[in-house]
Design a protein around this ligand. Structure first.
Ligand SMILES: C[S@@+](CC[C@H](N)C(=O)[O-])C[C@H]1O[C@@H](n2cnc3c(N)ncnc32)[C@H](O)[C@@H]1O
Length: 191
């Protein structure tokens, strides 16, 4: 398959297939329609464990259905709760976490992620991240005029570079609100 570098989901799935340790703990912080959860679950080949979170009933149902139907393995838990509560469910160190921000595609609910809760959940995830583990964040700029992306950028650019390295992947020759990817790796233990 040839990879479209401008397709942010294809691009971070490609990165996940390079970064993910099969027997590690993976977290889909915004499971939505379940596509990222399905990718993660199949990539772990039944060895690690996937936790998937969403606040919408519709998203939980869709993710559950997709995983039950299309995932070859059953090492997952789909949790109807906000990602700000990850520490209520996960006690292990996390090897890889994904936030795909914004709205649930094709839903009429109008529920979206928001900067405050996203950053709060991210702080918790940074603490819980395994040494050399990764967090991938897809941020969309069209729906809120870049509000969440800008808040995130402001937070991430101030992270201590001895503890975390942060990379920003973006398309620079499209004007129509292109999505961006943030990639974080933990370089040093935080506690
Ligand atoms: C762009 S969609 C995710 C798409 C999904 N990853 C997929 O593969 O289909 C964003 C999701 O974030 C969810 N969301 C919003 N706020 C949340 C929160 N505080 N905790 C967990 N999920 C949240 C929304 O309900 C929505 O389903």
């Amino acid at each position: 398959m040839s990879l479209n570098i401008y397709n942010i989901v294809q691009y971070y799935h490609f990165l996940i297939s390079e970064f993910l340790t099969e027997d590690g703990i993976a977290v889909d912080c915004t499971c939505g329609n379940g596509n990222d959860s399905l990718f993660l679950c199949n990539a772990m080949k039944g060895k690690g464990f996937l936790y998937a979170f969403d606040i919408q009933e519709e998203a939980i149902r869709k993710t559950h259905e997709l995983l039950e139907k299309s995932c070859e393995f059953n090492n997952f838990s789909v949790i109807h709760d906000s990602h700000v509560n990850v520490d209520r469910y996960i006690t292990e160190k996390v090897q890889l976490a994904v936030f795909n921000l914004g709205y649930l595609p094709e839903s009429k609910s109008g529920i979206s992620t928001n900067p405050q809760t996203t950053i709060y959940a991210l702080e918790k995830m940074l603490e819980r991240l395994k040494l050399k583990g990764y967090i991938l964040i897809a941020a969309y700029t069209g729906h809120d005029k870049g509000l969440e992306r800008n808040a995130l950028f402001g937070y991430l650019e101030k992270l201590d570079d001895r503890l975390f390295k942060v990379v920003n992947h973006r398309i620079i020759n499209i004007n129509n609100y292109p999505p961006e990817l943030f990639i974080i790796q933990k370089m040093h233990e935080t506690n």
